[in-house]
Design a protein around this ligand. Structure first.
Ligand SMILES: [Zn+2]
Length: 416
């Protein structure tokens, strides 16, 4: 019934069928130094060996360097201009409301998993937080018996109809993890191992949460124990015969002052001061319901302006501020970062590595921020690991690699 050899075309790219099960892993917020330091400390013995025999590359993620735009780029193989998801949170142009971008109605492209599933493959998508599950699992037919999608966060609420699987907690054998914990990510790797043992999906996508990376710097005990945990599960996935491909949605940098207070440019206050209140509207696309570990402070903002404000003048003025890496007009930003113009404001502002962008102090709840701020969103968090358990074929063009090239390389260009 299915021809499992004909290449799969999706979003203008073509993918070969995997010879062995492929597990693509997105380690949320994994600045390259995390794995580098953990290997140096000797706590990732499997990964050290895997990289010696495979490929240890670096790639650029999508800007804004946030979770949703990058996860969707990875699973569609294309930038946000194609799939439409350009933030966790946007100003909806149809309603003028500030909304979460979790609804699949904003997703304009099919995922690679969906395309393979439609062609007869078995696929599994496991995320840490539930916010990503509906987008990443979109379009899968859970009644086929060949599609599974669930989150660690809501692994106690799965059904065959919604998730293609029942009783995940018994399968995994771990308690339901807290949404703010390293356990949330461990649960999904444990689930991945069980799924590979029991169902052996052709393609599996595992996406963690950056709870640990927001708290702990590369090389710290807190970070190394998390990476040691992952190393153990990656070894098991490999032993079970899977090809592993590992990347990150974005990096992570310290954005605090010497006294540990967050180093923040409160952009709405500044623009209100320059132009009067209620003239401009600053949107922070990092905003989501889980802001405890970053207080909605990231490295990227977009600003909506009335026609009365000279966009170019304001852009130039913001660009000269200390702590600003670039200020771009909508057209400049959408060209440079491959974003959908109608979902981006009149200006895009990116802060420097150690600076975060906020709106106004009273709009950021920092009470849950127990450690000095570490966050992401900007160009300084663009470099991510791109790792494979097999070497990349000679002759594959390794020009500018992107994290969303991961399925292309894993399926088309590995020497397995
Ligand atoms: Zn992330």
């Amino acid at each position: 019934m299915y021809n499992k050899t004909a290449p799969i075309e999706v979003n203008g790219r073509t993918y070969a069928w995997p010879e062995k099960p492929l597990v693509v892993i997105c380690v949320d917020g994994s600045q390259p130094a995390y794995i580098e330091e953990a290997i140096k400390a000797g706590v990732m013995p499997f990964t050290a060996k895997m990289l010696a025999n495979g490929a240890d590359l670096r790639a650029d993620c999508v800007i804004p360097s946030f979770t949703n735009p990058n996860n969707l780029s990875i699973v569609t193989g294309r930038p946000p201009a194609v799939h439409g998801i350009c933030g966790n949170f946007i100003l909806d142009p149809d309603t003028g409301e500030e909304v979460m971008m979790n609804d699949p109605k904003y997703l304009r492209a099919d995922t690679i998993m969906k395309a393979f599933h439609n062609a007869g493959a078995s696929v599994a998508v496991v995320t840490a937080k539930d916010k990503l599950r509906t987008l990443l699992g979109h379009g899968l037919d859970f009644t086929s018996g060949r599609a599974i999608s669930f989150s660690s966060e809501k692994s106690d609420q799965v059904s065959l109809k919604q998730n293609g699987i029942e009783d995940v907690l018994s399968m995994v054998g771990l308690p339901l993890p807290s949404v703010y914990s390293a356990d949330l990510s461990e649960f999904l790797f444990a689930a991945g191992v069980k799924l590979l043992e029991s169902r052996r999906p052709d393609l599996m996508y595992l996406s963690t949460t950056d709870y640990v990376q927001h708290k702990y710097a590369p090389g710290s005990d807190g970070a190394n124990s998390f990476y040691a945990m992952m190393d153990g599960y990656w070894a098991k996935l490999s032993e079970l015969g899977a090809t592993l491909a590992i990347t990150a949605d974005h990096g992570m940098n310290a954005k605090h002052l010497d006294d540990s207070q967050p180093n923040v440019i409160y952009l709405q206050d500044i623009l209100d001061d320059w132009l009067d209140e209620d003239v401009t509207r600053v949107i922070l696309p990092i905003t989501d319901p889980y802001v405890v570990h970053h207080g909605a402070l990231g490295g990227y903002a977009t600003v909506y302006l009335p026609e009365s404000v000279d966009c170019d003048d304001l852009c130039t003025k913001i660009a000269t501020m200390d702590g600003i890496e670039v200020a771009l007009t909508n057209a400049q930003a959408c060209e440079r970062f491959e974003l959908p113009p109608e979902l981006v404001g009149d200006l895009v502002i990116v802060s420097t590595s150690n600076t975060a962008l906020g709106t106004s102090p009273d709009r950021h709840d920092l009470s849950g921020l127990n450690e000095p701020l570490r966050s992401h969103g900007g160009i300084s968090e663009q470099t991510v690991p791109l790792l494979f358990s097999a070497p990349v074929s000679a002759g594959h063009d390794q020009g500018r690699l992107r994290n969303f090239d991961i399925f292309n390389i894993a399926l088309n260009h590995l020497q397995i």
